[in-house]
Design a binder for this molecule. Structure first.
Ligand code: BG6
Length: 477
């Protein structure tokens, strides 16, 4: 049998894409509450000017404000996860529910009580909560006052928040993640780190500074977790971006190495405890001067993560040859060249199950730490049949092929993999587009892109398929 007996099968969501109730029970306005004033791709709207306008004068429909109202439906939703046999459920804590302004002196009891109830509900069914401390949101006050993670002032504020939740949920939560897709700060600084960059010339320095601040905060979270909740495991989280060289031109392979090492340099620090040599040289060459505290290096060195988690959706193709780089991308979140050997999703993200085996081996070879796939799935349009059923065979095919790749990585390659949580196990708001119609779930939620719908939940065909996968521990695909 390939999958270990205690393999953690489950699903994943993030607070801001699911909960709604954005001002309820004392929650502060978060960075994610001011992003999608309309149906546009994040990458197109995340300029500082638009975000400032959305903060000062919000206009239009902001889907995260109501999302799929998980805040009020969590009991029903967790019962459905339990029906599928989930062993784990990944969600995040909205920092602004606990500290509405980010820098409040005391936590908001109503926010803490909500997650108590949520985790209790999971545990009632034997589902282990897997909790992300920071999944692309924080109080907007932290952006306004400190420019988000650009400021070292956020380190002690984050430390206060994590110590509060570790003390409150110790014994209940056994798996923690620090920052979701930490490497996305380079690509989407506001989404990833609450930073507004007005001067493009300063973008690189600001991003590296804010990543450094997050890594120190991440290491301090590891330290606090070990002190306060020593039975728990705490991991990092990276958006895996395996790159294929377009050709066997040596330059293309070098391009692949450069892209990958930039993508994983933050995980290198979180897992190994120090900056890679190339990056230190790069800082010197580029005259990037970071504000590094006297204890930072020690903190990073002494508090590396227990495991490395990652999201996997796609791979990319790189080249330095102008004749091929001019061939335009596929719609992958961050663009890139089209891989002619792969099919694409409705949103143009290329589907590559073997790439998951590559990613698992790449990360295991690099870190020799247990791995956890905490996001994977197919964002697709689901059209209910006249009888209301949703026959999402395309989603089943996608997941089946990716699970086969995981199985090979465990069975043949010897990768230590702790678990697998599919992304958006119930339909939620898309992070990149703000759409409801980009659906990942086993559970359909009746809501459209403009916010209309009954919020009624129904089981898709993939629901019973995934139940069979979990019941057979990955044998029946
Ligand atoms: C990951 C994020 O990058 O991709 C999630 O951690 C996000 O928050 C997921 O939802 C899928 O992206 P999208 O844009 O399809 O929602």
């Amino acid at each position: 049998m390939a999958f270990p007996k205690n393999f953690l099968w489950g699903g994943a969501i993030a607070a801001h894409q699911a909960e709604g109730a954005y001002r309820e029970d004392g929650k502060g306005v978060s960075t994610c509450d001011v992003i999608h004033g309309g149906k546009r791709r994040i990458a197109e709207i995340l300029d500082a000017k638009t975000i400032r306008e959305n903060i000062e004068n919000p206009r239009g429909y902001f889907p995260e404000h109501t999302a799929v109202d998980f805040y009020h439906h969590y009991k029903e939703d967790i019962a459905l996860f339990a029906e599928m046999g989930f062993k784990t459920f990944r969600t995040s804590i909205a920092w602004a529910r606990i500290f509405p302004n980010g820098d409040d002196a005391a936590p908001n009891e109503a926010g803490l009580a909500f997650y108590d109830a949520l985790f209790n509900e999971c545990l009632k069914y034997g589902i282990e909560p897997l909790v992300t401390l920071s999944h692309w949101e924080m109080s907007i006050n932290l952006t306004k006052k400190y420019n988000g993670w650009d400021s070292r002032d956020l380190i002690p504020l984050f430390e206060r928040y994590v110590k509060t939740v570790f003390a409150r949920y110790k014994g209940k939560v056994k798996y923690w993640l620090t920052f979701n897709e930490i490497n996305m700060t380079f690509h989407l600084p506001f989404l990833g780190a609450g930073i507004l960059v007005d001067d493009p010339a300063k973008k690189e320095t600001i991003c590296y500074q804010s990543c450094h601040n997050q890594m120190v905060a991440s290491a301090l979270a590891v330290k606090a977790c070990r002190e306060i909740a020593p039975d728990a495991k705490i991991g990092s989280m990276v958006a895996s971006m395996i790159a294929y060289p377009y050709s066997c031109r040596p330059e293309d392979t070098w391009e692949k190495i450069e892209m990958e090492r930039k993508n994983y340099c933050l995980t290198d620090v979180q897992a190994l405890g120090y900056y890679p040599a190339w990056l230190k040289n790069y800082f010197v060459q580029k005259n990037i001067k970071l504000n590094i505290g006297p204890d930072d290096e020690k903190i990073l060195r002494e508090n590396t993560v227990d495991f490395v988690s990652f999201s996997y959706y796609s791979t990319s193709v790189v080249s330095t040859d102008p004749a091929v780089t001019s061939i335009k991308g596929t719609g992958n979140l961050l663009g890139g060249m089209k891989n002619p050997y792969l099919k694409s999703s409705d949103w143009g993200w290329q589907i590559d199950p073997i790439g998951l085996r590559v990613a698992l081996n790449f990360l295991y070879d690099r870190y020799r730490k247990p791995l956890f796939i905490v996001e994977n799935g197919l964002g697709a349009k689901d059209t209910p049949a006249p009888d209301g059923s949703i026959n999402d065979d395309y989603r089943i095919d996608y997941l089946r092929e990716h699970i086969k790749a995981m199985k090979t990585a465990i069975e043949v390659d010897g990768v230590e993999l702790w678990g697998y949580t599919t992304w958006g196990c119930i339909d939620i708001i898309s992070a990149s587009t703000g759409e409801m119609s980009k659906r990942y779930g086993f559970i359909y939620v009746d809501k459209d892109d403009d916010g209309n719908g009954t919020l009624e939940r129904s089981r898709k065909k993939s629901f019973s398929w995934y139940r069979g996968v979990i019941a057979s521990n990955g044998e029946k695909l």
